[in-house]
Write a protein that binds this ligand. Structure first.
Ligand code: NAD
Ligand code: DAU
Length: 348
């Protein structure tokens, strides 16, 4: 039985990856390591918590001796590293916690994997899950490819860029077998409502204002989270060592157009009159250092590994909105407590 460590598996993307691996690979034992920060939630993976090939471990990747111990006890064969501080707005308020988790945490995992595997890297793999934000901002033209120079603009993207560099450096210097992916904006179920799509769905449900940063003319490339999990599975199993793959949705939307689409769909689903939710749109002070546009060229993963998104944006958004409408209790639970303080600080 292969032992696979997945970090950040109680978060948004991690929960989809853990679910996929536990269900699809009964001959793997999946260890889900997560600190359960504000973004981690065991409710996200409740459906697999009693599976025989699954173990949850609560722990912090910043704790070096804890990580070293964990590797020496379990002798993992593979690591899929998703744990991170992931929200740009929070990184603007508290950059140091992003350095701790995203840079030092990644470093601890790299060191532990190197120590454990040194001398026999065969059939071992360290997979680092990263973001397209490391490339900085595009103008109105062009796409990010795997050779686009790094040019991060936010403390979040700078910390992710730094972790990417360390992963590559461990590959070059010590021969650590790694793969790395840089993905565009995800959306789907279990997405914490601090990010644009779930935040706006929640606010529409509750008739709260929809805070659009600046003029709303910022563009993102949206990918359904389950398609990201499929890509991660494929890269983990068939990606080439020491290679980077970009993953994207071929699906660019200006924020304001996306928000208007959400309003329309939600009005229909909630049985509200046309344009009810659009009236909630409020343009507010822009995010500092706001990147104008992200868009991924996913040709490499498509040509070399045969991946492409399996659902259209229409289908993905429909599934996502339905999920939030059917899981209001989940939404209520994650928006109580500290979320209220965060919201007040960020938007008032
Ligand atoms: P998320 O914020 O939803 O989840 C992060 C998880 O990591 C949480 O469960 C949290 O408890 C855990 N965590 C945080 N700090 C930790 C620590 N010190 N030790 C152990 N666990 C810790 O994030 P997400 O959106 O699911 O993103 C997952 C990964 O994918 C991140 O590395 C992110 O950079 C990357 N990514 C995200 C997107 C996106 O659109 N969300 C796109 C591309 C790449
Ligand atoms: O591109 C991948 C990245 O996508 C991931 O690496 C990050 O972890 C993830 O958070 C996401 O980053 P963004 O900053 O693009 O996502 P966010 O949902 O925060 O914002 C999307 C766009 O919407 C962005 O242009 C800012 C805008 N926005 C966001 C919020 C939260 C608003 O206008 N109002 C808001 O309240």
């Amino acid at each position: 039985m292969k032992k696979i460590l997945i970090t950040g598996g109680a978060g948004f993307i991690g929960s989809h990856v853990v679910r996929r691996f536990v269900n699809k690979y009964p001959d793997y034992h999946v260890f889900n390591l997560d600190a359960l920060t504000y973004a981690g939630n065991l409710e996200n993976i409740k459906d697999i918590e009693n599976k025989q090939n699954y173990t949850f471990i609560k722990g912090d990747i910043v704790n070096e001796s804890f990580i070293n111990n964990l590797f020496s006890i379990h002798h993992f064969d593979g690591v899929l590293h998703l744990a991170a501080e992931s929200h740009v707005d929070r990184s603007i308020e508290d950059p140091l916690s992003f350095v701790k988790t995203n840079v030092i945490g990644t470093m601890n995992l790299l060191n532990a994997a190197k120590k454990q595997w040194e001398g026999n890297f065969e059939n071992k793999r360290f997979y680092h899950i990263s973001t397209d934000e490391v490339y900085g901002s595009l103008g109105t033209e062009g796409l990010f490819t795997e050779t686009t120079p790094y040019n991060p603009n936010s403390p979040y993207s700078a910390s992710k860029a730094s972790s990417d560099h360390f992963v590559r450096a461990f590959g070059e210097t010590y021969g650590l077998p790694y793969v790395l992916t840089n993905c565009s904006n995800n959306y789907g179920s279990y997405h914490f409502p601090e990010k644009l799509i779930p935040l706006f769905i929640n606010n529409i449900i509750n008739n709260k204002s929809l805070p659009v940063y600046g003029d709303g003319n910022y563009t993102r490339d949206w990918l359904f989270v389950e398609d990201h999990a499929i890509a991660i599975d494929l890269v983990f199993h068939t990606g080439k060592n020491h290679e980077t793959y970009n993953i994207g949705g071929f699906n660019e939307w200006k924020n304001i157009d996306l928000v208007k689409l959400l309003c329309q769909i939600m009005d229909q689903k909630l049985g509200r009159e046309d344009n009810t939710s659009e009236k909630l749109i409020t343009f507010i002070k822009d995010r500092p250092g706001h990147d104008l546009r992200y868009a991924i060229d996913a040709t490499k993963i498509n040509k070399e590994l045969g991946w492409k998104p399996s659902v259209t944006f229409e289908e993905g958004l429909e599934k996502t909105i339905n999920w939030y409408l059917n899981n209001e209790e989940w939404l209520r639970n994650v928006t109580s407590g500290s979320y209220k303080d965060y919201y007040k600080k960020q938007y008032s």
